[in-house]
Design a protein around this ligand. Structure first.
Ligand SMILES: Cc1cc2nc3c(=O)[nH]c(=O)nc-3n(C[C@H](O)[C@H](O)[C@H](O)COP(=O)(O)O)c2cc1C
Length: 177
């Protein structure tokens, strides 16, 4: 199947991208075709809520988002990967999610399979509680078919002691989807 991956970290060799690399390794071994979009390195204007798109039409901004939306609509699965910033998605990936607005209904009707990957410095009970709720609501609202979440707490920098465990989890998830 075709898998589109949206990454949300400006650290090319950071923790969330490390897990994405492992996920891709597993998924490619399974024969899946990957399109990876590193959102912080693309041009994406935040949604200004002008309603010009009417939730189903062209956006007023001429940037990289139409290509991203086309890639999503051509895929069978979407993967979101983000560092935890203040208990939620990074602003970069959230800007891209907000821009789903112009194709909202079409994304919902695709019933895409989905995977979410998040990495955080802290290793306590609350660190993933906010994003977990947000992910659950997004899965429901966007009519996604959840294939797995990797919520990697206590993984704040490459080479951290938890890295091996989460890399294995990401690789295995890639193999399983
Ligand atoms: C702006 C900012 C906000 C952050 N907020 C949190 C946070 O709320 N909780 C946490 O545990 N770590 C937080 N962190 C740490 C990152 O989530 C953590 O270092 C993560 O592994 C970085 O992922 P990356 O290497 O993929 O960029 C924050 C880091 C930054 C730069």
């Amino acid at each position: 199947m075709k898998i589109v991956i949206l990454t949300g970290s400006p650290h090319k060799n950071g923790t969330s991208n490390t897990l994405v690399n492992e996920f891709i390794k597993g998924a490619e071994e399974n024969g899946h075709v990957i399109k990876r979009l590193d959102i912080p390195f693309l041009k994406i204007h935040p949604c200004i809520g002008c309603e010009s798109c009417g939730m189903n039409g062209p956006c007023v901004f001429n940037d990289d988002m139409p290509d991203i939306l086309d890639a999503i609509l051509e895929s069978d699965m979407i993967v979101f990967a983000t560092p935890i910033y203040y208990f939620g998605f990074s602003a970069q990936i959230k800007s891209a999610i907000d821009r789903f607005y112009s194709k909202n209904g079409r994304i919902q009707s695709k019933h895409l399979k989905s995977v979410f990957i998040a990495t955080a410095w802290n290793n306590d009970e609350v660190v993933m509680s906010g994003i977990k709720k947000h992910i659950d609501i997004l899965i429901d609202y966007l009519n996604l078919d959840n294939q797995g979440l990797i919520l990697a707490k206590g993984y704040g920098y490459p080479g951290a002691s938890s890295e091996k465990y989460y890399k294995e989890e990401a690789y295995n998830l890639g193999k399983r989807v």
